[in-house]
Design a protein around this ligand. Sequence first.
Ligand SMILES: [Zn+2]
Length: 418
Amino acid sequence: MTDGPVIDGRRLLARLDAFAAIGATPAGGVNRPALGDKDRAARALLAELGAARGFSVFQDAAANLFLRRAGADDLRPPVLIGSHLDSQPTGGRFDGALGTLAALEVLETLEDRGIVTAGPIELVAWTNEEGSRFSPGAFGSQVYAAGAFPAGWQDTVGSDGARLADELAATLAALPAASERLLGGPFAGYIELHIEQGPLLEREGALIGVVEGIQGTRWLEVVIEGQVAHAGTTPLADRRDAMAVAAALITQLQATVMPADADARLTVGRLTLTPGAVNVIPGEVAFSIDLRHPSNAEIDRLEAEIVRLAAEIATRGGCRASVRRSMDIAPARFDERLIGIVEQAAKRRGLSNRRLFSGAFHDALFMARLGPAAMIFVPCRGGLSHNEAEHVEPHQVTAGAQTLCDAALEAVAALATA
Ligand SMILES: [Zn+2]
């Protein structure tokens, strides 16, 4: 057990309701595109709630929003806790909002009890995590981690034709009371609470996911070159059928990669046949492979295996194969000390927990490259997310926020001196 402060679950649930009303959809979800009117309204409400409790409000040039509760030694780097407020067009009411509002609940709980922490604790609401209006996602945390905007970002145009630069400027201007802050800056640790967006916790009846890291993603473009020929007149021995080779390769990969390793994910999501006529043997087939794994060494090994198999099967079918990388995001492994702090926080409250890897991207992926980071997951019904029916039970919300509160307090004591 613990004698740490108990969060106010009812206040947090009421806050979740209030924010779900901003951009609410008829089906019970949320449509709050990054840097749009609804996103600005949510940011304004968060800033207002924070200011009312005496927290300092800051925003940086990427419109990342910070609420700061001072510590005894206010020169120490802060422990950051938070998530994001933007949503998918038909998003749920917990994705991002849970972690952001739980962070507010932590700050308010400390304020209610007059608890003095060794160093400051800050809530952060990252800009454009979802990436559905402006690509890429996790924009705010990437800019924060890099300390600068990516080249050419001013030319980014959203799915609705709006310019990112214009919307960013208008969003910053909409919070004139927030103090400006430089991009980046040191932090003692970063802890993000989020819904799992997958089925593992619910299936195992665990309340808390102690996240060890975020799996890596590599995209490959495979091209099989054969020979265009007549479908009717070309006998088997003379066919150099690129589709037959592609089908054999994909079948072989699906039969081996995931069955051999429960942590591996392999998806062929796009395939193009050329020329693409019903009575013509395809001369070229190009397809994508989305490869994911918590270990970069294993992603390397799988890529090498794909290259080897592609060459072998193509040669057997009289074709040529090439494999090219189109995207590569290395896995993030969270800080062991912070993972342990989260795990102990859950255990001390008697909350059932398990360690797991995140299958989805989060802002924590980019924060982990800068300093100690960790994540806390709670279950969501049916593992469903990016969906208006997304649902988290009240006791799961409370369990996640309590774990965040305990872990943040432990982290500020343990890490702020570092
Ligand atoms: Zn999210």
